[in-house]
Design a protein around this ligand. Structure first.
Ligand SMILES: [Zn+2]
Length: 299
């Protein structure tokens, strides 16, 4: 993936290795990416009736804020967010033997949608790479071709976003990530390192770097993306998110703004802690010891 590699090593980007918690399968991982939380029992019970995601999440918040969202790819997203996209085209992942049509069904929309200026968020979920894993494993000769195809798609999107920015001054954010990894045999669901480690790359002209600025990918949690997207889009952080704002994404902002973003994340996390940990009491720390001098004065 020469273009992606260039962006990771020298471009205006921040790269991470994001850890996905098991089960490393698509639906719970999309939930983790968008809610910042790890699915609990309540979620399982609710989902017996409808797969729609009822827990607070970035997509629902974005819709409430009037953002126009478009989705193409794995239909799991359409099931989780049935009324959220102004336009969508879901692809079934049922035919694992197909690794061409599933992706062409996403890519065929690209040229048109990238020219349109009527959306705020575009989500694409490609299935082909996962399907190749299931068919013939991570060392398959098909993998190279598929990664090259994905690299060209990333270049097309990035180039289009950059040319759009020349007219519209505010920077875009391009996020490249996987929902889960792939084991030595090409499957997933369990907790091996290959299954839980996923790439997460944030690309934006706001992350401009000077030559020689080496940025090593940090290990983070998959659940950190929700808080980061919420802050980036000016939305409330989903209430059950356990994630931390990915700090490199705000490093270039004025210090006052950085502090405000960190404060928003801290307030949300402490609220979550207060509601879920019975022993948590605000201000339950022992009172600070009095200064000896003041005791003397009072005495
Ligand atoms: Zn799969």
């Amino acid at each position: 993936m020469p273009y992606t590699t260039y962006l990771v090593e020298k471009g205006a980007s921040h790269s991470f290795v994001a850890e996905a918690k098991p089960p490393t399968v698509t639906m719970p991982r999309i939930k983790a990416l968008m809610t910042g939380s790890l699915p609990g029992f309540i979620d399982v019970v609710r989902n017996l009736n409808s797969p729609a995601l009822l827990e607070d999440n970035v997509i629902t918040q974005a819709k409430a804020a009037g953002k126009r969202m478009i989705f193409y790819g794995d239909e799991t997203w359409v099931k989780l967010f049935p009324q959220h996209f102004v336009e969508y085209d879901g692809t079934t992942s049922f035919f694992v033997s197909d690794y061409t049509e599933v992706d062409d069904n996403v890519t065929r929309h690209l040229d048109k949608v990238l020219k349109r200026g009527d959306w705020d968020v575009l989500i694409l979920h490609y299935l082909g790479l996962d399907h190749i894993g299931h068919i013939s494993g991570p060392s398959s000769p098909l993998i190279g071709h598929k990664l090259s195809e994905m690299d060209n798609i990333l270049m097309k999107i990035h180039t289009s976003l950059l040319s759009e920015e020349r007219e519209n001054l505010s920077p875009n954010l391009l996020v490249l990530c996987g929902d889960h990894g792939m084991s030595e045999t090409g499957s997933h669901g369990a907790s091996s390192m290959e299954e839980v480690n996923t790439p997460l790359i944030l690309i934006s002209s706001a992350f401009e770097r000077k030559p020689g600025d080496i940025r090593h990918p940090k290990h983070v949690q998959q659940t950190d993306l929700a808080a980061t997207l919420a802050i980036g889009l000016g939305l409330p952080i989903p209430e059950n998110s356990v994630g931390s704002l990915l700090f490199p994404s705000i490093e270039g902002r004025p210090v006052r703004e950085q502090l405000r973003f960190l404060h928003l994340n801290a307030v949300q996390l402490s609220k979550l802690l207060q509601e879920n940990v019975p022993s948590y009491k605000k201000g339950s720390n022992p009172a600070p010891a009095q200064h000896p001098a003041s005791t003397e004065q009072q005495g």
